[in-house]
Design a binder for this molecule. Sequence first.
Ligand SMILES: [Zn+2]
Length: 201
Amino acid sequence: MKPLDILLLSVAAGLSLYTVYLFTADDAPAAALEPRPEPRNPAFKSIVLHHSATHGGSAAAFERNHRPRLGGLAYHFIIGNGSGTPDGEVETGYRWRDQVPGPHTKNTEINRESVAVCLVGDLQEGPPTRKQVGALLALLERLCRECSIPPEAIRSHREADSETLCPGRGLSMNEIRAALSRRLSAASPRAVQAGIVVSPH
Ligand SMILES: [Zn+2]
């Protein structure tokens, strides 16, 4: 087989595996968001996804990193990858409990109107875990339903700021938005279970 054929086959196999992986994760159980602050901040009209660009991490670790320069954990939610936090566990940051924006991008207007979700891991080096994707979809579904945010208002950090690679090439935003659209178009809302993350990247 010619080198080019091998390359194309490898790419096709990789894409296929990735698609299967996301579709499988689509049916993962949702996570419970605790607490449920009311009223919601009406300014939250979009969601921005980040990665930590670290091997592992947790809300506590990111809080320590962010506190000196950002005044505290910049993200609203953090989704663990099994290193520092259980795989797929969602940690909720104080900014969600208090319904206040976080300095998770350089654009203050985007920060003011967005909910920040961070996947632990370096997604430039590889995809998130299956449990992370399942937890992410469950969390996004709940945020979309409860904050009336449409799937098209979910962006990667890179889509909001072309100067960053965050959250890395391992996260397919089109797959995430498509999977979320399917969940949101289901007849009845699913029971949601969720868990939440650390250093804006
Ligand atoms: Zn980021």
